[in-house]
Design a protein around this ligand. Structure first.
Ligand SMILES: Cc1ncc(COP(=O)(O)O)c(C=O)c1O
Length: 339
């Protein structure tokens, strides 16, 4: 079904065949104009096998179902380039939400329709359905949502997926899901061929500096995304750093460290709620909290003057700052500055 949604040019596009994409074996590689000498003289694998093995295991899917990019941001951008025809296609977003969906769409020349979340920052299913028109290519949902921190009610998302009649892709961004109690929508991929799930190692895994993120969907759609991406997106030092990380990865201690992190968050939230100038701490299933202050600008400037940078969200939500939960010491530094 997704072929109908593709930009016609992309449907017809023949992917660039890089020397390594042909997967040829040889004793001497003299096919890619690499220098015979140098610390990183060889191009990396176009889709590094070790990373795909690790992540397909972890996300419980097949390697063919994974688009590997420089962060999930690259997956968002690649989706725009595959599906949005400049000047005519549109995407639908549910603000307040992560800013890159809109930015990537604008860069591609696509229109952005906005159907705000409800007062609890949950999905407004009917208005989303009513806003779909023939130009709509993708709906971006973020759960847990940035910057609000809550998860979208699963039944609402499922109801949206069930009731979409026209051909539209639904992208569920699960960048923060490891911090939550929620089950990933990866398990639903078999039921919805228009579903795409975004995951990343930037957040819970603490690997933001590596720039690795994925889109997970049916293999046919992933193959199209791979046609559009750069020939060698993942640099060899990144592959090696990830392999080192993964060799030492232990699921139990990973879960323990997340539990500890979430305990830090809960403690931080409790203390924030005791502050006079804090009007509200929104419930969070992530490693950040959205906080409503009496005067957010004043708090922002005060923290900044002490070398404490938080994220001003006032353009999206009145008097709100988004604060990433830090170490116990860092959280204490914030609390110390609040009245
Ligand atoms: C909701 C959401 N999606 C995606 C991203 C991008 O993550 P990545 O580092 O994988 O590009 C972020 C980063 O802050 C995010 O908050």
């Amino acid at each position: 079904m997704f072929e109908k949604l593709l930009r016609p040019k992309i449907l017809k596009l023949k992917a660039y065949e890089s020397a390594r994409s042909l997967n040829l074996t040889a004793d001497h590689f003299l096919d890619a104009n690499e220098n015979f000498d140098g610390p990183y003289n060889r191009y990396p694998q176009p889709r590094p096998e070790s990373i795909l093995n690790a992540l397909s295991d972890y996300y419980e899917t097949s390697k063919e179902s994974i688009f590997l990019g420089r962060g999930s941001d690259e997956a968002i951008d690649t989706l725009m380039r595959c599906f949005c025809e400049p000047g005519s296609s549109s995407i639908l977003i549910t603000p307040p939400t992560y800013g890159m969906y809109e930015v990537s769409a604008e860069i591609q020349g696509a229109f952005v329709k906005k159907v705000p979340l409800d007062l609890d920052f949950d999905l407004n299913v009917n208005p989303v359905l009513q806003s779909i028109d023939p130009s709509t290519k993708m709906i971006f949902l973020c759960s847990p949502n940035n910057p609000t921190g809550n998860v979208l009610t699963r039944d609402r998302v499922l109801s949206l997926l069930d009731r979409i009649k026209q051909d539209v892709l639904v992208v569920i961004d699960e960048a923060y899901i490891e911090f939550s109690q929620e089950e990933s929508f990866v398990k639903e991929l078999k039921n919805f061929e228009n579903l795409i799930v975004l995951r990343t190692v930037s957040k819970a895994f603490g690997l933001a500096g590596l720039r690795l993120g994925v889109a997970i969907s049916n293999p046919e759609l992933i193959a199209v995304m791979n046609k559009v991406r750069a020939p060698y997106p993942i640099a060899q030092p990144v592959v090696e750093a990830f392999e080192k990380f993964w060799a030492e990865f232990n699921p139990e201690s990973f879960q323990t460290s997340i539990n500890e992190y979430m305990k830090l968050k809960n403690l931080f939230v409790d203390k924030l709620k005791q502050k006079q100038e804090v009007l509200r701490v929104y419930p969070s299933q992530t490693n950040f909290v959205l906080v409503e202050f009496k005067d957010a600008t004043q708090v922002f400037e005060r923290l900044k003057s002490k070398g404490l940078l938080v994220r001003d969200q006032q353009s999206k939500i009145k008097n709100a700052l988004r604060i990433t939960v830090g170490s116990a010491e860092q959280n204490q530094l914030i609390l110390k500055e609040l009245v």
